[in-house]
Design a protein around this ligand. Structure first.
Ligand code: NAD
Length: 480
């Protein structure tokens, strides 16, 4: 068992209080490492370092193209150590190795994508009136905070810190307490670059201590948060005290809408993938399945057959489905199943802990298909974060749209049909940040803006849109 350290102002340190916590392998319960339990005073130190560096002559005069070159080196370093990093992610989160490898590649792509943007952040000239030269400057916003969840630890820390550093900000990042290992690895990679000390700072610790201290810190200029609605709302309240902007990505209850003219084999394949990936612990998981009446029975049969063929094992076994993150998340899923029973659900498959020899010490849950719930029921409305999909049926296009939009969330929607006009018509009525037609996720796409409608959050990550989070606009008017 190895003691890890935080990375503040270019130095590797424990917490000021010399407190520690453990991170465990969800597949075996084994303790992987001891992690510094950073609290308010550690956050203060990290924010001070980020502030001092942000205002330093060195960082203010750092050429944008140099920032880009360094981010390219971070991408290269991630790829060079991809196998080791993927294994670390698998051990810490439980996800199958193949999925962790994709996460490492996606993380490298974020650094590459935003590296290319570092010297392409433009303002505008605005024709106000003759004799006035009016222009805008898109400046870095300052000290940016990044509070990261445990489901895609490396990808999510990479997507926002890459954009923030590309645009000339400094960073204080906090990984989730359950999965800090790849964030520490990323800090090691930054440590090997020529980035000035204090540009990238990493504080490890619990949400209610380090996370809350970050949210309420008066010297943080922007907070990017990904996680639950409840915590997102707490972060927003903390930030409101100091009138600081936030970008919130808060999960969903995303539907796949399956029309009777779709390519069924393709749709079944993606419906299953969209709920099995990362054991359903994905903000954009396809957790609701809306099927047109005329094909419901045959389509569901195919989904059930595919769910029953899913192979379950530890992350390192690299099968289709790994364990749930921890005891807390696992109990939460069992409670949802209890409620589903009370709400009259028919379990077409799954619904229970997976009992397999060799998996006793991990939190393995069966791939589950539920039918018979009311669309207004609790289980149909709330994010479960498990390999559990709930099916509903519709007759008309209008009903499909109403069902799809009928939750408090609005992150992603999949539409399956061969009728192109219908696909676009439905897409235009969907209240979700991303709509996929005859695919789900388009391969992850770092280039595509991603974010929510309604309680799924606001602000956009990924793509060029994310650059708005990390820049602030100044208007300059000159009379001549
Ligand atoms: P969470 O939202 O509490 O945790 C996410 C991050 O926020 C972690 O880094 C955590 O340390 C930090 N945090 C926790 N409390 C905080 C606070 N008071 N102030 C600031 N930061 C704080 O998520 P959870 O409790 O681990 O998971 C609960 C549910 O959240 C899940 O079941 C799922 O529905 C949802 N979730 C969604 C996503 C997503 O990608 N949208 C990711 C993780 C969890």
């Amino acid at each position: 068992m190895k003691k890890q350290q935080m990375y503040i102002n270019g130095k590797w340190i424990g917490s000021i209080g010399n407190d520690w916590f453990e991170t465990k392998n969800p597949g075996t319960g084994e303790v992987l490492a001891e992690i510094p339990r950073g609290k308010k005073e550690d956050v203060d130190a990290a924010v001070e370092a980020a502030r001092t560096t942000f205002e330093s002559e060195e960082w203010q005069s750092f050429p944008p193209i140099e920032r880009g070159r360094i981010l390219h080196k971070v991408a290269d370093a991630l790829r060079a150590d991809a196998e080791e990093i993927a294994l670390l992610e698998t051990l810490d989160t439980g996800k199958p190795l193949t999925q962790a490898r994709k996460d490492v590649e996606a993380s490298a792509l974020y650094f590459e994508y935003y590296a290319g943007m570092a010297d392409k952040i433009f303002g505008e000239t605005i024709p106000v009136q003759p004799g006035i030269l009016d222009y805008t400057l898109r400046e870095p916003i300052g000290v940016t905070a990044h509070i990261v969840p445990w489901n895609y630890p490396l990808q999510i820390i990479s997507r926002s810190t890459a954009a923030a550093i590309a645009t000339g900000n400094t960073v204080v990042a906090k990984p989730a307490e359950d999965t800090p290992l790849t964030a520490i690895k990323l800090a090691e990679i930054f440590d090997q670059t020529d980035l000035p000390k204090g540009v990238f700072n990493l504080v490890t610790g619990y949400g209610y201590e380090a996370g809350a201290a970050i949210s309420e810190h008066p010297d943080v200029d922007h907070i990017t948060f990904t996680g639950s609605v409840q915590t997102g709302s707490a972060v927003m309240m903390g930030a409101a005290k100091n009138v600081k902007p936030v970008t919130l990505e808060l999960g969903g209850k995303s539907p796949n809408i399956v029309f009777d003219d779709c390519d069924q084999e393709e749709a079944v394949d993606w419906v299953v993938r969209s709920i099995i990936q990362n054991a359903g612990q994905t903000c954009s998981a396809g957790s609701r399945l809306l099927i047109q009446d005329s094909i419901k029975e045959e389509f569901l049969k195919k989904v059930v057959a595919k769910m029953e063929a899913i192979q379950i094992g530890k992350g390192v076994d690299d099968l289709d489905l790994g364990p749930i993150l921890n005891e807390k998340q696992f109990s939460r899923i069992l409670e949802f199943m209890d409620v589903a029973n009370k709400e009259g659900a028919a379990f077409l498959t799954g619904g229970k802990r997976q009992e397999t020899a060799g998996l006793e010490n991990g939190y393995f849950f069966q791939p589950t298909v539920i039918d018979g719930l009311s669309p207004k029921s609790y289980v149909a409305q709330e994010e479960i974060f498990a390999p559990v999909v709930a099916a509903f049926s519709f007759e008309t296009e209008q009903q499909a749209i109403e069902l799809a939009n009928g939750t408090d969330y609005g992150l992603v929607t999949g539409i399956w049909t061969k009728d192109g006009a219908r696909a676009h018509r439905v897409a235009s009525k969907i209240r979700a940040g991303q709509v996929f037609i005859n695919n789900y996720g388009a391969g992850g796409g770092v280039q595509m803006p991603f974010g929510g409608y309604k309680k799924s959050g606001f602000g956009r990550e990924k793509g060029l849109e994310a650059l708005r989070n990390y820049t602030i606009l100044k208007n300059v008017a000159l009379k001549y």
